[in-house]
Design a protein around this ligand. Sequence first.
Ligand code: TMP
Ligand code: ASP
Length: 237
Amino acid sequence: MIKQKMLHEGKVKSIWTTDDPEICIAEFSDRITAGDGLKKAELPGKGVLLNKISSLLFARLAAAGVPSHFIWAIDDSSMLVKKAQLLPLEVVVRNRTAGSICRRLGLAPNLVIEPPLVEFYWKNDAFHDPLLTREHIAMLNLVSDEQYAEIVKQALAVNQVLTKVFAQAGLDLADFKLEFGLSQGQVLLIDEISPDSCRLWLAGTTQGLDKDRFRNDTGDVLEGYREVLKRLLATEK
Ligand code: TMP
Ligand code: ASP
């Protein structure tokens, strides 16, 4: 598969066209950002770790019957993906309180959220990705009622599978963010799933191995990501 032109350059990942119009290449960079890109750094080796973790998790989801755009990893830092039209939503699933929900609602961290909470944010840099109600989504015409229901269903299915996968690795999945696209008119899980977009805590603690280390300067980011990959690989044996 030949990389052709760059379709989109994101903060940490770029999407390339290929000689097949239905297939793209997603290439992970070594960049890391937080706070709407205000805090940024280059962490050599991060792209490879993200590609490995994301590929492994998408493969585990596929094996559990949850489809995504992932086809396979084609090299150390890139994966082959189905082409999809990005929906301008960030979908957050929360199993434990942490981060913005604590700040917004004055909640203590690490309270169990049962059933898990699904939140929608508008991917809109100018407005700092605001939280959306279902009514806002309808008013803005971002997705149809059917697509909304399908996204919630898929997000909860991802949560069920990944909670188990991470539990086997000795990690609690506190929360995570997903993105969805439309592929041949159908809602499809896209983007990446990694410690960049999940809160992963050592089981029974709030000790994070994820991007909170970068956001809050609480530890060696790559060491955390390497530990996540090591633990996930150990569950595959
Ligand atoms: P939050 O607590 O800041 O709302 O984040 C919830 C989860 O979503 C957390 O695992 C980090 C992830 N996330 C992203 O991946 N990208 C983002 O832009 C934001 C705001 C959160
Ligand atoms: N806000 C995102 C995060 O903290 C990243 C960014 O905006 O640069 O996960």
